[in-house]
Design a binder for this molecule. Structure first.
Ligand code: SAM
Length: 235
């Protein structure tokens, strides 16, 4: 699919946000402009759909924020089930409150430490998943999440996703890949820990493989939408 095809559907067409949320709960570059933020969520859904249909799928969204939830609702929630996990209480509390009566959505607050988002949390340990319920998910997404995780936590997050993957599940996630990088990993902005967590591709590949995944596609960044993004299957 050409890069421009991702944009054609949405850009320039105004639309009404069907599931508006308070600004405090929103994340990412378009947090101040809700329609633009939801539009980018719709574009991400298109990327996912290109790999695996969301219709009838069980979706695990790790580091969920609110954007994909808003995009799914914009499209009448075609999934069988969606579980969003995040370390941000205002995100999870808002979503739980707003969607408590919708059986297609469930949300879980994690207490993992992240220098940028939750410095006082506990070290990530996800060998046995993210919580008591093991479900087989068809699609496991982490958009703009590994971009803020150090190597140990990227491994833990990928391992946790692997634990919850269906036999033929797909992990779809973004990461900062720097081909010029001499080191395996660099936390690019020292004053803003994990704002940009950059990996050498070979090193991230080792982490992905160690967590039980095989890369089946590595796609280039899309301007104003994603960093490098990966599609993986379980091994
Ligand atoms: C840049 S936002 C992306 C949100 C969403 N995936 C999107 O595409 O809009 C990164 C999200 O990851 C969450 N996060 C950061 N570290 C995490 C961790 N260790 N476990 C779970 N969520 C985490 C943050 O709270 C934040 O909501």
């Amino acid at each position: 699919m050409s890069r421009s095809a991702y944009w054609r559907d949405h850009v320039g067409k105004p639309f009404e946000v069907r599931f508006p949320l308070p600004a405090l709960a929103r994340r990412g570059a378009f947090a101040a402009n809700e329609a633009r933020s939801v539009e980018s969520g719709l574009q991400i859904l298109d990327l996912i759909e290109h790999e695996r249909s969301c219709t009838g799928a069980r979706i695990l969204d790790f580091g969920c924020g609110v954007k994909i939830v808003q995009a799914l609702i914009q499209r009448d929630a075609p999934q069988a089930f969606y579980l969003g996990i995040d370390v941000a209480p205002q995100v999870i509390e808002t979503l739980k409150h707003e969607l408590h009566d919708n059986p297609k959505f469930e949300f879980q607050l994690a207490n993992y430490r992240n220098e940028m988002y939750r410095p006082n949390g506990e070290p990530m340990s996800c060998e046995n998943g993210f919580g008591p319920t093991q479900r087989d998910f068809d699609i496991l997404t982490m958009f703009s999440v590994v971009t803020h995780l150090d190597p140990d936590d990227s491994y833990q997050a990928l391992k946790g996703c692997r634990y919850h993957s269906a036999e033929d599940g797909r992990a779809i996630f973004t990461a900062f890949i720097d081909p010029e990088l001499e080191n395996d990993f660099v936390d690019v902005v020292p004053d803003r820990p994990l704002l940009i967590a950059a990996y050498r591709k070979e090193y991230l590949t080792e982490i992905i493989n160690a967590a039980g995944w095989e890369i089946i596609a590595h796609r280039a960044p899309i301007h104003a939408l994603t960093q490098d993004w990966f599609v993986c299957r379980p091994v």
